[in-house]
Design a protein around this ligand. Structure first.
Ligand SMILES: [Zn+2]
Ligand SMILES: [Zn+2]
Length: 262
């Protein structure tokens, strides 16, 4: 059994296609997926997915690539995170690749998310791109280690991964590890302790080889796990079991929830 630790099933690509997506997950041995919020406007649709389908969970947060989403408050996030199917705060973080100029608002938004996560005792889902130093600095300054979480779609160096692991974070790998030019990321996959690794799709983006360029979907997380197994010289079953256990441990989900009796 596998878990896709990060996907965007509320996006237009999947409209009216969720039953089909769930069937594909079953066929591929993917039991669960975490649906990630990117704005508070989208959040009700993310929450509705987790309410309708016991195999889906939700997060609440405002992504750093949405400048027009406005500033959220700690109180707003904490209130929305009180829902029993919301297991984390995010995705949040910094992105100096997609956006440039004065990004003080992005750093402030990130700080608000960490404060909210600490206030409601839920882990963080962190996005970092071309901004690792500031991401780690703000995580330290705001005490992110108190709640931990996951660095999602990881593309940074082993040093950055280790710094996040020291703060109690897991490192999640996407289909990027299957791309031909992924040499440096593959070294990170090999070097980290297995109990610190998650796998994800970031659907609809970043479809792994052999589906590269198509619309990604949670079933394809299997290809990510297969690549992690190959790189580490482990069986697919061992990687599936470990990453699934890591997921449920991080998000504090009990066995009865795992079986869908919510
Ligand atoms: Zn992201
Ligand atoms: Zn995402």
């Amino acid at each position: 059994m596998l878990v896709d630790s990060h996907c965007h099933l509320d996006f237009d690509e999947f409209r009216d296609r969720v039953p089909e997506i769930l069937e594909e997950m079953s066929a591929a041995g993917v039991g669960h997926a975490l649906c990630i919020s990117v704005t508070l406007d989208d959040f009700p649709r993310v929450r509705a997915l987790a309410e309708a389908h016991p195999r889906l969970f939700a997060t609440v947060g405002v992504h750093p690539d949405y400048p027009d989403a406005g500033q959220v408050t700690v109180d707003e996030l904490v209130a929305l995170a009180g829902h029993p199917r919301v297991v984390a705060i995010g995705e949040t973080g910094l992105d100096y690749y997609r956006l440039s100029g004065d990004l003080d608002w992005q750093r402030e938004r990130f700080r608000v998310h960490i404060r909210a996560a600490r206030a409601c005792r839920k882990p963080l889902v962190i996005h970092t791109r071309a901004s690792a130093d500031d991401t780690l600095r703000i995580m330290r300054e705001e005490g992110a280690a108190e709640v931990g979480g996951v660095m999602h779609c990881f593309t940074e160096t082993l040093d950055v991964a280790r710094a996040a692991v020291e703060m109690g974070f897991l490192i999640s790998f996407s289909g990027i590890v299957t791309f031909r030019n992924a040499g440096p990321i593959r070294e990170v996959v090999k070097a980290l302790p297995l109990e610190r690794i998650l796998v994800e799709t970031d659907s609809p983006y970043l479809a792994p080889v052999p589906h590269r360029g198509k619309v990604n979907r949670p079933a394809y997380v299997r290809h990510v796990a297969e690549e992690v197994a190959r790189l580490r010289g482990l069986s697919f079953a061992a990687v599936a079991a470990a990453t699934t256990a890591n997921f449920f441990r991080l998000f504090g989900l009990a066995t009865h929830k795992r079986l869908g009796e919510v």
